[in-house]
Design a protein. Structure first.
Length: 363
């Protein structure tokens, strides 16, 4: 209920109360006259008394209505309207950081003018704080981007050198060291790439090339890419094609493939030997979904609210060999939401493991 409506109802109630009071007073006077002057209480006297009371009641009612109407006008003009203008200004600030135009409050009571001034001071401080945060974020992103680029070049050179060493005649122990160093350098290259992705996301430079995309075909392609890893870790990897034709999704194919790579690789790495990973695609009236269901170690209840946070790794993930850096799911979900979709998960209800679901809007 608006303030204007509340004031109107209160005034209307006061008006009815005044009318009711006049009728009660009339009945009371009539009773007292009958008690005090029973002989003079004739029909003509009563009629004259009623006419007199009605005249006075009409005058009082008109006067009361005038006062109430004037009060309603004053309240609406000098209190309700400024408050409504302030509410509109606050809503505009929430959307576009606009300040209150003080000229709109020149006829408002002093308290409301003061409130408008305080609000404007508050918006200035909020804007200043936001500007500082933006500048700090920009400097941080620039530093991460610069450092990552500086690391990438020597790391690439190290990988090439290690690949060249693999072709030389090495002893078994030497080859093991080269292979281990190559794996570690690959992990470092991946970390550098992840840092560059974060820098692009947080600086707003993460540009997307949206196009109609067949998610079923893309999911099948990614499943084939991970067939070797699944076989090596003795995990059964299944791609289950949809029985119904599926609509195309609005997606940046390269970015979405990165998301699927991350989710499917996690599913394989955190599924024990003999387990399985099942990939399926489904559609609805306005979405296309890719579901990745594993029979892995699952996600503990205490970790479920944090796994999409930056640098967060669950205890069972930290203990796992080749554990990630806690950035993959953060980036994956950011990419999904930038597409107007989402990435979420649910624990399996009919067995161990987790099901991750990527949803994207239709093209």
């Amino acid at each position: 209920m608006s303030l204007r409506t509340l004031i109107f109802l209160l005034i209307l109630g006061a008006l009815f109360l005044s009318i009711g009071s006049m009728f009660v007073a009339f009945a009371f006077v009539k009773q007292q006259l009958f008690i005090l002057f029973p002989d003079a209480y004739t029909g003509d006297a009563v009629a004259a008394l009623q006419l007199l009371l009605i005249q006075y009641s009409a005058i009082i009612l008109a006067f009361t209505t005038l006062i109430i109407g004037t009060s309603f006008f004053v309240l609406s003009r000098y209190i309700v309207k400024p408050l409504r203008d302030m509410v509109a200004a606050i809503a505009a600030f929430a959307e576009r950081s606009e300040r209150i135009v003080l000229d709109n409050f020149k006829n408002a009571p002093a308290e409301i003018k003061q409130l408008a001034l305080v609000f404007n001071d508050f918006t200035i401080k909020v804007d200043d704080a936001h500007a500082r945060d933006v500048e700090v974020s920009r400097m941080k992103s620039d530093f991460i981007s610069t450092a990552a680029h500086q690391f990438r070049t020597p790391l690439t050179g190290i990988r090439w050198a290690l690949e060249a060493l693999e072709k030389e005649k090495l002893t078994e122990s030497q080859m093991a060291l080269v292979t281990s160093a190559k794996d570690k350098s690959r992990q470092l290259v991946n970390i550098v790439g992840t840092l560059l992705d974060i820098s692009a996301i947080e600086s707003g430079k993460n540009k997307y090339a949206f196009a109609p995309t067949d998610l079923a075909e893309l999911a099948h392609e990614v499943a084939q890419d991970f067939a070797e890893l699944a076989a090596r870790t003795e995990v059964s990897l299944y791609y289950v094609p949809s029985e119904d034709p599926l609509p195309l999704a609005k997606a940046d194919r390269v970015r979405v493939k990165w998301v699927l790579n991350n989710v499917i690789e996690n599913a394989i790495r955190y599924t024990p030997k003999g387990g399985s990973v099942r990939i399926s695609v489904a559609g609805s009236q306005d979405r296309v979904y890719v579901h990745v269901r594993d029979t892995g170690i699952g996600i503990k209840p205490e970790d479920r609210g944090n796994i999409f946070e930056r640098f967060y790794r669950a205890d069972n993930a930290v203990a796992k060999e080749n554990a990630g850096n806690g950035l993959g799911l953060y980036i994956a979900r950011t990419i999904a939401t930038d597409h107007g979709g989402d990435l979420n998960f649910n624990p399996n209800t009919d067995g161990p493991g987790t099901t991750f679901s990527l949803s994207l809007p239709l093209a």
